[in-house]
Design a protein around this ligand. Structure first.
Ligand SMILES: Nc1ncnc2c1ncn2[C@@H]1O[C@H](COP(=O)(O)OP(=O)(O)OP(=O)(O)O)[C@@H](O)[C@H]1O
Ligand SMILES: [Mg+2]
Length: 248
């Protein structure tokens, strides 16, 4: 991969659930350092698109390249290495309810650890300073030893963000990561997601266009599984947003 190799390239990539075509032949290229907001009405295909990008779904038509490689064609070991470079926050958070918050945060590094090391960390938590620092950054320092199931929706969303911060990925794919947060916290979290030590690329689905304009460099609008808007965030007009959200 050279500096010019896109982080993501979809070529005619679509996804079908049985007879339902959730995404139709999308062409989309994302370069390093871009912060892309994915907008669209409920059911437009945002989660399906993000699931393709983070490797949890495969396109049923067309191709996807991530950091210049097609994950579907990679041997398992190379695919795991590629997966480590991608940090994901799913709409359903994928937290383990019954364990303490610190274990959910440490899960961000499980793929970088050997199995014995990962299992041992459940009894003797590793690198608590790193976990504590990540929780502090999402304003949850007090929750280190709390049981995850007792946290509120917004607090759980921030645990998922802390897990991603300890993973420190090159590409962040986040599906409505701030949907349960108040406006000030939402802005803070989007700021954290878009900044890292290296050049970080962000693809984030949002239901708040104002956050997209403020925190992202580019807006991609989906409607019925198609890209109907792709524009620098600064150029997205109110009229274009109105059209995107008009239900027809
Ligand atoms: N596992 C599935 N099986 C069948 N259909 C699905 C499945 N997942 C999603 N769909 C359908 O695909 C379409 C796109 O769904 P998707 O979850 O990507 O929408 P979305 O834009 O993320 O919506 P929301 O804003 O409500 O999260 C919807 O019509 C949905 O019903
Ligand atoms: Mg969704």
């Amino acid at each position: 991969m050279t500096d010019a190799t896109p982080v993501l390239r979809l070529s005619g990539a679509g996804h079908r659930f049985g007879s339902h075509e959730a995404l139709r032949a999308l062409d989309l290229t994302v370069h390093a350092g871009e912060r892309v907001a994915v907008l669209g009405t409920s059911g437009a295909g945002k989660s399906t698109l993000l699931a393709l990008l983070n490797g949890s779904l495969e396109p049923t038509t067309g191709t996807l390249e991530v950091f210049g490689e097609n994950p579907a064609r990679l041997p398992a070991a190379r695919r795991r290495l590629l997966q480590q470079r991608i940090g994901s926050v799913s709409q359903h958070l994928a937290l383990i309810e019954q364990v303490r918050v610190l274990h959910n945060v440490n899960a961000g590094r499980l793929s970088q650890w050997s199995t014995p090391r990962a299992l041992a960390s459940l009894v003797w938590p590793r690198s608590l300073d790193v976990v504590r620092d990540a929780l502090d950054r999402v304003d949850l320092g007090w929750a280190l030893h709390e049981r995850t199931e007792r946290l509120s929706g917004g607090e759980r969303q921030r645990v998922a963000i802390a897990r991603l911060l300890v993973q420190s990925p090159d590409l962040v794919v986040a599906d409505e990561p701030v949907s349960s947060l108040d406006p000030v916290r939402a802005a803070g979290i989007l700021g954290l997601l878009g900044t890292g030590t290296a050049v970080r690329t962000l693809v984030v689905s949002l239901h708040q266009p104002a956050l997209a304009r403020e925190h992202c460099t580019r807006v991609v609008g989906l409607r019925h599984g198609e890209i109907v808007l792709d524009s620098p965030a600064a150029d997205v007009s109110d009229a274009a947003l109105h059209q995107l959200y008009t239900l027809t």
